[in-house]
Design a protein around this ligand. Structure first.
Ligand code: ADP
Length: 334
């Protein structure tokens, strides 16, 4: 369901799965989130009740789906997965609700993209575990109110601000996932090197972590590329030098920005004199979707203080102007 233009390193893919932790104890970082989850999980198990509904929000690639898949595994309950854009009408949601076993998990990714009618249909399902279904057609149609099994909804969104208050309020536990530290990412890289059967020097894993935009999915994608690089060009062991060379070949800079990130900053600098500029105008100039920029490009730039948001639009910072100039100079030299 994501826009094609940025379908690079941020889009979930099949390959994500092989490196995905299988239980919460295998996850790195997000300590506070994990501790709060442990409390609600323990309590639900002790009371022999379904876990309360949980909402995860935060930029792509930070572990929302990983949490949602690990929780049912840890609890030993069934799991169903769907997404906001896949649920166009209440009838699309009905099979998931009627198939849900007691205490099982239903995961809805991109829950901010649920159509209004589907969202409202979800309210009574979440609250009272009851749904209305229509039987028959035309003049013979009649509505029956059906009791469903008490289940747990896990929602994930990159935009909690786009959720309506009634939906948000139906999640007793709401967790925001934040960017990871370099040390946490380096740990993920070391573990995943073992899973991918490649050896890596510590200074190399730290360097990759510094250039992974605080995001495990990005770290994994960098690692896969570097692994291919060292397999092709060297003996398969990742040293600092080889990691740097491999990332240079992909034009990933010292801050971990890629071409798309630099193009975004450079558009504001060049076309909009540094800003403020509206996201629609920036997206239009770049021929990109505004939602994609807001979801996948801006969060890390904001948090790195390369970008600021003002009431009048986006503005670059001195730090980003200096960085972009340095990159342009390096490119014209090289
Ligand atoms: P999101 O759903 O937030 O977009 P995912 O849960 O799909 O992100 O995470 C992307 C990948 O990053 C996962 O497949 C997993 O390999 C890795 N990952 C995410 N969070 C963690 C974590 N806390 N520890 C280890 N790996 C993680």
């Amino acid at each position: 369901g994501r826009e094609a233009i940025l379908q690079g390193e941020n889009s979930p893919n099949e390959e994500d799965k092989s490196l995905r932790p299988q239980s919460i104890s295998e996850m790195v970082g997000q300590l506070e989130v994990r501790e709060r989850l442990k409390v609600v999980v323990d309590a639900a198990v002790k009371r022999d009740e379904p876990l309360g509904h949980i909402l995860f929000d935060g930029p792509p690639g930070l572990g929302k789906t990983t949490f949602a898949t690990c929780i049912p595994k840890d609890l030993g309950v069934n799991f169903q997965l769907t997404s906001g854009p896949a649920l166009q009408a209440p009838k699309d949601l009905v099979p998931y609700l009627t198939n849900a076993d007691e205490k099982s998990i239903l995961f809805i990714d991109e829950i901010h993209r649920l159509p209004k009618a589907v969202e409202e249909y979800l309210y009574t399902a979440m609250e009272d575990f009851r749904i209305d279904i229509v039987l028959g057609e035309g003049t013979n149609a009649r509505t029956i109110n059906l009791q469903i099994k008490p289940f747990t909804l896990i929602g994930a969104t990159t935009r909690s601000g786009m959720l309506t208050a009634p939906l948000r309020d139906r999640f007793p536990l709401r967790e925001h996932l934040d960017f990871y530290t370099h040390e946490e990412l380096a740990e993920i890289i070391r573990r995943n090197s073992r899973k991918l059967d490649v050896t890596i020097d510590d200074d190399a894993s730290l360097e990759i972590s510094k250039r992974s935009r605080g995001t495990p999915r990005v770290a994994n994608n960098r690692l896969r590329w570097i692994r291919d690089y060292v397999t092709s060009k060297a003996d398969g062991h990742i040293t600092l030098q080889l990691a740097q060379d491999a990332m240079a070949m992909q034009e990933i800079d010292s801050l971990g920005l890629d071409n798309q990130d630099r193009k975004y900053l450079n558009t504001i600098i060049r076309v909009f004199a540094g800003g403020p500029a509206g996201i629609e105008a920036i997206a239009h100039t770049m021929n990109a979707a505004p939602e994609t920029l807001a979801d996948e490009v801006e969060p890390f730039l904001l948090r790195s203080e390369l970008l600021v948001r003002t009431p009048r639009g986006r503005m670059v910072t001195t730090k980003s102007v200096e960085h972009i100039q340095k990159m342009i100079a390096a490119k014209s030299k090289g």
